[in-house]
Ligand binder design. Structure first.
Ligand code: CTP
Ligand code: MG
Length: 224
């Protein structure tokens, strides 16, 4: 039973505002992508990796994987215009016999092994997909125009992170539909798939703004 990981790294990183894609933002003198790549390479749960690279950055991604000794990287392909298109491109590289596929945002560089363990353990209980989630700290309100029309019950809400784990065939079918969504689980949910949540990790924060890069840099720096 083989497990594949698809890293989506093809975003431009517009909100980071650098002269290069977010995957190559400098994080303690390494490209940001190096962190998730290494963690998936070392994971006991992952057999093979496919990367959706920023278009025209496939070669630097291949070199990075070689430099890091990431022998599990089987394929590096250019991503698409949207995250869903990049997932589709990465998933097309996943071998037919993969039982499980994890999809991970390169923008979440700190990826604890115990999160992968929780996802895989739960998936084996018979779910179509499992996502790491964190309780929502703020009260969430829904707006119509300027006016608040609803205050949601925070107790029933979680913020979804990645990696997200899926039965490969279910993910393939959901992604083939060609729709867009901000995460893969939404595509599976839309087709009636059963998704559940395990505890995520604060350090899986998505690097979006320049200040987030500082936060993650701090987490990765061993204290003296
Ligand atoms: N992503 C992708 N292909 C796209 C858009 C996004 O592979 N066309 C990936 C990003 O590389 C990232 C993840 O999806 O790992 C989450 O996207 P986001 O945080 O929005 O990153 P960017 O799109 O790069 O950032 P921005 O929206 O600021 O441009
Ligand atoms: Mg984006």
């Amino acid at each position: 039973m083989s497990v594949w990981a698809v890293i989506v790294a093809a975003g431009r990183g517009e909100r980071l505002g650098l002269d290069r894609p977010k995957a190559f933002a400098n994080l303690n003198d390494r490209p940001l992508l190096a962190e998730s790549l290494e963690r998936l390479e070392w994971s006991d749960w992952v057999d093979s990796i496919a990367v959706a690279a920023p278009p025209d950055w496939e070669e630097p991604v291949i070199l990075l994987a070689e430099e890091l000794g990431c022998g599990k990287v089987r394929s590096v392909v250019p991503g698409g215009e949207t995250r869903a298109a990049s997932v589709r491109a990465g998933l097309a590289e996943v071998s037919e016999d993969a039982a499980v596929t994890l999809v991970h945002d390169a923008a979440r560089p700190v990826l604890p092994e115990d999160v992968i363990e929780r996802l895989m353990t739960k998936l084996n209980e018979g779910w179509d997909g499992v996502v790491p989630g964190l309780p929502v700290a703020d009260t969430v309100k829904r707006l119509e125009g300027d006016q608040v029309v609803e205050t949601l019950d925070r107790g029933g809400l979680v913020g979804a992170q990645t990696p997200q784990a899926f039965v490969s065939s279910t993910l393939r079918d959901a992604v083939a539909a060609g729709e867009d969504a901000t995460d893969c689980a939404a595509l599976v949910e839309a087709r009636g798939g059963r998704i559940t949540v395990v505890a995520g990790d604060r350090r899986l924060m998505k690097v979006t703004e320049p200040a987030d890069l500082e936060t993650v840099r701090h987490w990765l720096t061993p204290s003296a």
